[in-house]
Design a binder for this molecule. Structure first.
Ligand code: ATP
Ligand code: MG
Length: 281
């Protein structure tokens, strides 16, 4: 949709074209948002407090020429957010063996770099993002902040798009790239490895990510300290959300996500030297 033809995000209404497919397909469930479905060439998601801020960000990305994010088409007759469906496949809750591809890992980093370049200059004004729990990140750049294997659309073995902008908001590009590496390398205690991922080498994979994204020397050297601090904050935010919001957040907490995050922080700290050596050697 060209900007000329777009209504403001708050009044944008999705009107299906005559004869448009209306078959409903349930999408794989994430941890928090219930009821994400595909209807023809669209995704329908429950409207949420951050929806309009996200919609304005998606408009910005469209205007910046970024082709790897869904378009916000408006709200349907049931009040749900309507987004374009990006063809391809996403990892399931436990990423299968194909997700380990190193070419895919590098392409995720490259896609993220392009997303960050396209995000530059976006200032959420009319529709601010909700504040983050516990404390705010430095507001350098609006980023995605949840680029997990489940939220990346893969085509021809390479990352083609990113979906689920629920956690987007102002932060720093380094934080978003650390977060993405954490999910995709992944950076976690070997005791928490996904089934079938025991042989994946996190040091080699982190280096692939760093080179493909383009972390500079300073970023490579401060990664362990940054990661330890980010992990501690993530623990606090998860705990806060579990108590304040309940639902899927509380379920994750009860399933032990807090302990898993703690083990990740300890693993990063214990392996600080090896991580820097892998990134700079
Ligand atoms: N625009 C889209 N194009 C293609 N596939 C999508 C799109 N949006 C969602 N999906 C698919 O549906 C799945 C679930 O959707 P989404 O990630 O938006 O919600 P969720 O993960 O359930 O939410 P949350 O992470 O908040 O719990 C995704 O993992 C992806 O497979
Ligand atoms: Mg998701």
């Amino acid at each position: 949709m060209s900007p000329r033809h777009r209504a403001p995000v708050e009044s944008r209404v999705y009107v299906p074209a005559a004869g448009e497919a209306s078959d409903v397909e349930l999408m794989p469930a994430g941890d928090v948002t219930d009821g994400v479905v595909r209807v023809g060439g669209t995704i329908r998601r429950p409207h949420q407090p951050q929806s309009l801020a996200v919609a304005a960000y998606l408009d910005w990305l469209e205007d910046a020429g970024f082709d790897g994010s869904p378009r916000f088409l408006g709200r349907d007759a049931e009040g749900r957010d309507v987004l374009t469906f990006l063809p391809g496949r996403c990892a399931g809750p436990v990423p299968a063996a194909w997700v380990q591809s190193e070419e895919l890992l590098a392409s995720v980093a490259e896609l993220l770099r392009r997303l960050h370049a396209a995000s530059a200059g976006f200032v959420p004004d009319g529709h601010p993002f909700p504040p983050r729990p516990v404390r705010q990140d430095p507001a350098e750049l609006v980023c995605h902040l949840d680029v997990t294997p489940q939220n990346v659309v893969v085509r021809g073995g390479l990352a083609a798009g990113v979906v689920d902008f629920d956690l987007a908001g102002p932060t720093t590009a380094f934080k978003d790239s650390f977060n993405t590496a954490m999910h995709w390398v992944p950076l976690r205690d070997p005791a928490d490895a996904w089934p079938g991922w025991g042989a994946a080498d996190p040091f080699r994979r982190l280096r692939i990510f760093a080179d493909a994204y383009g972390w500079d020397e300073g970023e490579r050297r401060r990664l362990p300290a940054f990661g330890t601090e980010a992990t501690a904050l993530s623990y606090e935010r998860m705990r806060h959300n579990a108590h304040a919001l309940g639902g899927g957040w509380a379920r994750m907490w009860d399933d032990g996500v807090g302990r898993m995050i703690r083990r990740r922080g300890l693993w990063i700290e214990a392996n600080a030297g090896r991580l820097v050596a892998a990134l700079t050697g």
